[in-house]
Write a protein that binds this ligand. Structure first.
Ligand code: NAP
Length: 234
């Protein structure tokens, strides 16, 4: 196999399908979702473990197609590929452009801090990121995740898998009398309808900015990533 694709996103799955047996997809194993193309599951054991895995398989390159908020894995990929001396490509959708009426915050704790007492919040940050919201008093949450979280904040928790359309998101916000939407800036087309729905429903958007990542060659489409892998052969 030519490349290791660090996954956990739809983009990684699509890339895996496009590359077939040229790629091994690596999954953290935190959700029930798996892939049908060649893959492995579980952490590598830090930078040293990833470096060892890259050398053992003789990969010619790595595509970091993790979620833009999986910052630790991206930093490890940067460090390990540097140590081994092989190229690293990031496959990532561009961030959603900032809207003037959004409140932007640096991290999840910052989002929890700006929520006012009495807020009815649509919390769409993923089941692994709920900790900062668990002990916030006088706030009601509609929590949406793909897999059931271990603990959820006060309110209602629903399990839904993207994509979501505008009518669905508007209906959900109206049914639960939502006042605030908390989202990570994932940039995904499959989940962006909630932003248009919030604008239509007069819901305040609290957007968590992307973490800073090492600067690497980045492409936005699976097609470009496939081309990069093809060029590794030359
Ligand atoms: P993270 O904080 O960046 O990584 C934590 C640790 O999990 C890493 O150090 C690594 O363990 C392991 N890991 C992460 N991604 C891996 C992968 N693709 N293959 C093998 N090991 C991996 O990541 P996270 O935010 O917990 O996200 C975990 C996974 O869920 C990622 O693959 C990401 O793409 C996906 N995901 C994350 C979010 C999000 O909002 N963070 C949303 C959707 C999907 P070792 O140090 O032991 O190697």
């Amino acid at each position: 196999m030519k490349v290791l694709v660090l996954g956990g996103t739809a983009g990684a799955r699509h890339l895996g399908r496009a590359l077939g047996h040229e790629a091994m997809i690596s999954l953290a194993g935190v959700t029930s979702k798996t892939v049908s193309t060649p893959h492995r599951t579980g952490g590598f054991g830090g930078v040293a473990g990833l470096e060892q895995a890259l050398r053992a398989h003789g990969f010619m390159g790595v595509v970091d197609a993790t979620h833009p908020f999986a910052a630790q894995m991206s930093r490890h990929a940067f460090a390990a590929t540097n140590r081994v001396g092989i190229p690293l490509l990031r496959l990532a959708r561009p961030a959603w452009p900032r809207q003037p009426d959004w409140a932007e915050v640096a991290d999840l704790a910052g989002a929890a801090e700006v929520l006012p007492a009495g807020a009815r919040v649509f919390l769409t940050v993923g089941g692994q990121s709920l900790a900062p919201f668990l002990d916030t008093a006088n706030i009601w949450y509609l929590t949406r995740s793909i897999d059931p979280p271990l603990r959820v904040p006060n309110g209602v928790a629903i399990l839904q898998r993207p994509p979501f359309d505008l009518a669905h998101e508007v209906a959900l916000m109206k049914a639960h009398r939502i006042t605030h939407l908390v989202s990570k800036n994932a940039g995904s087309g499959a989940t962006c309808a909630k932003l248009a729905a919030a604008a239509l429903c007069g819901v305040q958007v609290i957007m968590v900015k992307r973490p800073r990542l090492p600067v690497v060659l980045t492409v936005e489409s699976v097609r470009e990533a496939v081309k990069w892998v093809e060029n590794l052969r030359e």
